[in-house]
Design a protein around this ligand. Structure first.
Ligand SMILES: [Zn+2]
Length: 218
């Protein structure tokens, strides 16, 4: 063990337990507990564009803290355990084939302010975990600023997002099945709005895969 490893031992990103140096930042107990919360379902109903939603676990407790640390406090290496969780949820949902991997975009201003886009980092790491190169395709762009979704009611959320996303000029999604990556979803409004843009661009199916979903107990 070198000095750095001694001073900064590798910890589980959820419970902070000390791990072996090469472990993937999550302990077996936390991994098991999160995997038991994985939810996936088909979305039906008129006017919905999103076909499926797969979420690794509930947005609560220490998992919520870990996602916040990744999102706001630069713990970018959490992408490793997070991508593994995404992969495990995807496999457990039946590994439906997809053509393109797309992440939820942020505005340029927000990206500059934060220095990175966490969903893009997550999607790229997922691409690596799934072992398929060149499937990550950032075809969406956010064309205007929106209010923080967390402060709005369900209806206001839909309204807030209308026309906020667009397909990039050279994007080709025609006939493709898209796997759309996001960190946290509450009412799926953002995913649904992005799915609408993708479907209007000709996408055949849109499956959303998120790290967390709100609504868990506690
Ligand atoms: Zn742990």
């Amino acid at each position: 063990m070198n000095l750095l490893q001694y001073l900064f031992p590798r910890q589980c990103c959820i419970c902070k337990e000390t791990l072996r140096q090469n472990a993937p930042y999550i302990c077996p107990a936390c991994k098991k507990s999160l995997q038991s919360q994985t939810a996936h379902g088909f979305i039906e109903g008129e006017g919905t564009h999103l076909d499926r939603l797969i979420s690794c676990a509930y947005y609560k407790d220490d998992f919520k803290k870990a996602i916040k640390a990744f999102k706001y406090y630069g713990r970018l290496y959490y992408k490793v355990p997070f991508a593994k969780l995404l992969l495990s949820a995807y496999i457990r949902s039946g590994s439906e084939e997809f053509d393109l991997l797309v992440s939820i975009p942020s505005t340029l201003l927000k990206r500059i302010k934060r220095g990175y886009n966490q969903t893009e980092i997550l999607a790229k790491e997922f691409e690596r975990a799934v072992g398929r190169s060149s499937i990550y395709s950032p075809v969406l762009k956010k064309i205007r600023k929106t209010k923080n979704q967390a402060e709005l009611t369900g209806e206001e959320r839909q309204e807030n997002l209308k026309g906020a996303f667009a397909l990039k000029k050279d994007a080709n999604v025609s006939g493709k099945t898209i796997l759309l990556i996001d960190d946290v979803t509450t009412t799926s409004s953002t995913l649904e709005e992005c799915a609408k843009v993708l479907k209007r661009g000709g996408a055949a199916r849109v499956i959303a895969l998120t790290l967390a979903k709100t609504g868990g107990r506690g």
